[in-house]
Ligand binder design. Structure first.
Ligand code: NI
Length: 177
C-alpha cells in the first residue's frame, strides 16, 4: 500500500471530468486501498481519485463514527458513482476539502440522495444516504466531475474563499523559501 500526495486547488486534475472505469482488476483494487490509506493519513472522511492526480471515477468515504448504534454504512468505495435521485429538501452544513486545506464554508445540498455505481469487484451498488454520509458522497462525486465545494456557494463567498486561498498559497510558498 502507498500513501499518495494530495493535489491542491490550482491543479488541473481537480478541474477535469474524470474517465469512467471499465476494467475491474487488481490495479483498481490496489488504487482503492491506496485511496483509503491516503485519506486516513490526511485525516479526511472522503477522497476522490482526482485528488491524487488520477482522472478516474473512483471515490472513497469513511465517516469513522464512534456510534455503534448507527446502522448506516460508514465506509464505502464506489466506482463510477452517479447520483440517481436527490431529495427536494436541502440542508446547509459547513464543508472543507483535503485539496483546499484551511478553507471552510457552509454549502447547501440535497438532504438525501440515492447513489448508484459499482464496488471495486464490479458488482452493482445502490445506496441511499443522508446527513453527513449523503453530504460526503455528493462532495466526492462532485470531485470526479471537476466540481469543488467553492463552486457551490454564492459568488461573493466564492470570491472571498479564493482570495483567502491565494493568501494561504502565498504563505506556504514563503515558508518553503
Ligand atoms: Ni474535497
Amino acid at each position: 500500500m502507498a500513501i499518495h500526495d494530495i493535489v491542491y486547488l490550482g491543479d488541473p486534475a481537480l478541474r477535469t471530468e474524470a474517465a469512467e472505469v471499465t476494467v475491474f482488476d487488481d490495479n483498481l483494487r490496489a488504487l482503492v486501498r491506496d485511496m483509503f490509506e491516503t485519506m486516513y493519513h490526511a485525516d479526511g472522511i472522503g477522497l476522490a481519485a482526482p485528488q491524487i492526480g488520477l482522472s478516474t471515477r473512483v471515490i472513497v468515504v469513511d465517516l469513522r463514527r464512534q456510534d455503534e448504534d448507527d446502522p448506516e454504512p460508514q465506509r464505502i468505495a464506489i466506482v463510477n458513482p452517479v447520483v440517481t435521485w436527490e431529495s427536494k429538501e436541502v440542508e446547509k452544513q459547513t464543508e472543507g476539502c483535503l485539496s483546499i486545506p484551511g478553507l471552510e464554508e457552509v454549502v447547501r445540498r440535497p438532504a438525501q440522495v440515492r447513489v448508484e455505481g459499482q464496488d471495486p469487484d464490479g458488482n452493482d451498488i445502490v445506496i441511499e444516504a443522508d446527513d453527513l454520509f449523503g453530504r460526503a458522497l455528493q462532495h466526492e462525486i462532485d470531485h470526479i466531475d471537476g466540481i469543488l465545494f467553492v463552486d457551490r456557494v454564492s459568488p461573493l463567498k466564492r470570491r472571498m474563499l479564493l482570495k483567502k486561498w491565494k493568501k494561504i498559497e502565498a504563505e506556504a510558498a514563503a515558508e518553503a523559501g
